[in-house]
Design a protein around this ligand. Structure first.
Ligand SMILES: Cc1cc2nc3c(=O)[nH]c(=O)nc-3n(C[C@H](O)[C@H](O)[C@H](O)COP(=O)(O)OP(=O)(O)OC[C@H]3O[C@@H](n4cnc5c(N)ncnc54)[C@H](O)[C@@H]3O)c2cc1C
Length: 407
């Protein structure tokens, strides 16, 4: 445990540095795992443009990946220091300088399973926002039963030739590299014939096709591999040992989803004394300009939801605090994933009910931009309990691997 006095002086240093280096324009900018914020990559978009300055300043400190080793572009901070940095960023309403599956999913997995060469090849590019990653797990006939996947990789000297089709690849059209599960031994038991491959999306034979969603957006794609040559050195972990790597990555993914949806108001702009966003919404739709909301049922539902969110946020914090440095998420990440995503769905259900008919706008006159965005976010939230493994599948994992119940 570090000396609290050291942490206090670290906090002061962070605060002073943020005051001096964070552009005013980025304060209050919203980020989300649904694409808001800076996701870096070979074709980055910085909105507002000062996000670029913000990212570069944080990259120079290693603070896009505060607790990763300095050798790989991280900040080398202890768990306690990283928490202080996170608190100071939140207090100053500063967004993460960089988001993405590189930092949250493949990066930690590379730290756990990568060779030294793989870590050096990939991690610094992730921390610098140079490469954007996507996830190639699901296939048209392999979602919950992921181990039944059929994309084939056949050895040809020091390469694999990959053929097959992935589906629901989030941001596949914007990503530079994909981490994919491929079948390398069709004769083995299904979990034992899988290899985890890192593939540059610019390799000949890789193509992506966006899929349009119920929300009207196309944040994910079909990814097709047609005789794609991938060097054997791009195998993460062992050949035919990819299932172990895949499960570890799912732990990181589920923690990311739980973090993202568990406390949806963290970092949001909130006027002093104006109440939460749900309360503001209720006032906007006629439930009273001040004092208690006039509809006691809505009042009760908002209070219940916000207490649940607060309790969940504290539980996540407690679990993080209890985790020693280097702790890796295990099957308990399924608990957080289920709860966080069900909470997020409840929040949007309630928001749409508060907005009444105005919460069902799709386009055209009669609805303002916020109302149209609300309808689309509500529809999008239906996918929260599917992505990263469905709630039913998480409950199976909790039953078997956390509670030890029989099959
Ligand atoms: C927004 C979003 C983003 C995504 N992004 C990605 C991505 O980037 N990369 C990627 O690889 N995949 C991604 N996915 C795919 C996601 O991982 C799969 O959709 C998910 O694993 C479920 O698979 P499926 O859609 O084939 O449904 P199925 O597996 O066909 O499931 C259908 C229904 O049956 C239930 N079910 C299935 N098996 C069981 C069981 N054993 N016990 C109880 N119930 C069961 C499920 O809970 C579900 O309700 C994304 C999905 C969404 C919605």
């Amino acid at each position: 445990m570090p000396d609290p006095a050291d942490l206090d002086s670290f906090r002061l240093g962070v605060r002073t540095w943020l005051d001096a280096n964070a552009p005013a324009e980025v304060r209050g900018v919203l980020t989300s795992i649904e694409g808001q914020g800076n996701w870096g990559g070979r074709r980055p978009t910085f909105d507002p443009p000062e996000m670029k300055t913000w990212m570069e300043a944080m990259v120079a400190r290693g603070w896009t990946a505060p607790s990763w080793p300095v050798a790989y572009g991280g900040g080398g901070l202890s768990v306690e220091q990283a928490k202080v940095l996170e608190q100071e960023l939140a207090a100053a309403k500063l967004p993460p300088p960089l988001m993405g599956f590189g930092l949250e999913m493949i990066g930690p997995t590379l730290l756990q399973f990568g060779t030294e060469e793989q870590k050096r090849d990939h991690l610094t590019k992730i921390t610098r926002g140079e490469i954007r990653w996507c996830q190639g797990y699901s296939e048209p006939d392999s979602g919950s039963d992921l181990a039944s996947l059929q994309t084939r990789a056949v050895r040809d000297g020091d390469h694999f030739i990959v053929n097959g089709r992935k589906v629901w690849t989030s941001y596949g059209d914007m990503a530079d590299w994909i981490f994919a599960l491929v079948r390398t031994d069709p004769a083995a038991k299904k979990q034992e014939g899988i290899t985890f491959l890192l593939i540059d999306m610019e390799t000949p034979g890789v193509s992506v096709r966006p899929i349009r969603l119920i929300s009207g957006k196309s944040p994910f794609c079909e990814t097709i591999f047609d005789d794609v040559r991938v060097p054997v050195k791009n195998v993460l972990g062992q050949i035919n040992g990819g299932w172990t790597v895949a499960k570890a990555l799912l732990g990181y993914e589920r923690s990311m989803i739980a973090d993202a949806f568990g406390a949806s108001e963290r970092g949001a702009k909130r006027k002093k004394g104006s109440g939460s966003r749900l309360v503001q919404l209720a006032r906007q739709y006629g439930l009273g300009d001040s004092g208690p909301l006039s509809d006691s049922v809505v009042r009760d539902e908002i209070a219940q939801l916000e207490m649940d969110e607060c309790a969940f946020h504290l539980t996540v914090q407690r679990s993080r605090d209890a985790a020693k440095a280097g702790h890796r998420p295990g099957p308990e990440s399924s608990l957080f994933k289920v709860y966080a995503t069900e909470l997020n769905k409840d929040r949007f259900e309630l928001s749409v009910r508060i907005a009444g008919a105005q919460g069902l706008g799709w386009e055209g006159p009669g609805y303002d931009d916020d109302e149209i965005a609300l309808t689309r976010q509500w529809l999008r939230s239906r996918g929260n309990s599917i992505e990263g493994g469905t709630s039913e599948v998480q409950l199976n994992i909790i039953a078997k691997r956390v509670l030890g119940l029989p099959d």
